[in-house]
Design a protein around this ligand. Structure first.
Ligand code: BTN
Length: 268
């Protein structure tokens, strides 16, 4: 069921952006799944889905994403960027940077970005990003690819976290000491995303977005441990390449990490 929870101020702030159509669900399986299905039915770029609760929230690397009802902002956006296939990661980058900006604006603190797109406070995770695509243009012609980017950010969580999350997760209210308004955070994120969504469509824009990400990604320059499915190794993260892969120097080898978990070992 869709509930119209955005007030007049929020609706008018978004009216001048591509994100005017916000569908807020009490409960849904996954906002990413919903938007991918809507995209297949021809939904326009800019459609936004939000949920108070997801029963089958999807996370990176095939994991599930679980959050108590009403405690997080669980949001996905539908984009149809004019973007070469090797640069689709920039859609996630745009969302992560925009949510970091929204935290700075609405909650007065700036989370760090850990590769690829986790928002962190210290070593605890505040938000995660998952992009899913329906490639509409094999070979580079045809309509722009569909990219659905979902982000789940912990907003108003209980002070006591379940044991398995206690050292690993954090919510906005833990940082600020007071509850945050999820609608306002959503509007701030979408306002910050509007120019970045535009940047995806041009080479100059993409180059600016990549530079901004490299400058703000706290993983670059850090000693890290990389946990892959069947192997872990340590090294120094030296850069993120144009395809969004993390470059890690381990002794004489420079390894390119395409997917995996990163642990920041200590500041350099
Ligand atoms: C991660 O594993 O770090 C990414 C988690 C992404 C979760 C968000 S919540 C909104 C959107 N809908 C989903 O099913 N997943 C994403």
């Amino acid at each position: 069921m869709v509930t119209p929870v955005l007030d007049e101020g929020a609706r008018s702030a978004l009216a001048t952006t591509r994100f005017a159509d916000v569908r807020w669900f009490g409960e849904i399986d996954s906002t990413n799944r919903y938007l991918l299905d809507e995209a297949r039915r021809g939904a326009a770029a800019g459609l936004v889905a939000v949920a108070d609760h997801q029963t089958a929230g999807r996370g990176r690397l095939g994991r599930t994403w679980v959050a108590p009802p009403g405690a997080s902002l669980l949001v996905s956006v539908l984009l149809r960027p004019d973007l070469p296939a090797g640069h689709l990661h920039l859609a996630s980058v745009a969302v992560a940077l925009s949510m970091a900006d929204a935290c700075a604006r609405r909650a007065r603190f700036e989370p760090e970005i850990k590769w690829p797109n986790d928002l962190m406070v210290g070593e605890r995770k505040l938000a995660g990003v998952l992009a899913e695509t329906d490639l509409g243009r094999p070979g580079g012609s045809g309509p722009p690819a569909v990219v659905v980017v979902g982000i789940g950010i912990n907003v108003n969580w209980p002070a006591e976290l379940p044991e398995e999350l206690a050292d690993r997760a954090v919510a906005i209210n833990h940082i600020t000491g007071r509850p945050a308004d999820r609608s306002r955070l959503l509007v701030a994120m979408l306002e910050a995303l509007e120019p970045r969504a535009g940047q995806l469509d041009s080479e100059a824009g993409r180059s600016r977005l990549s530079s901004e990400y490299r400058a703000r990604c706290a993983t670059v320059g850090r000693e890290v441990r990389i946990d892959l499915q069947d192997e872990s190794f340590t090294g120094v993260a030296t850069d993120v390449d144009d395809h969004g892969h993390l470059l890690v120097q381990t002794g004489v080898c420079l390894r390119e990490v395409t997917a995996g978990d990163v642990v920041h070992l200590r500041p350099t």
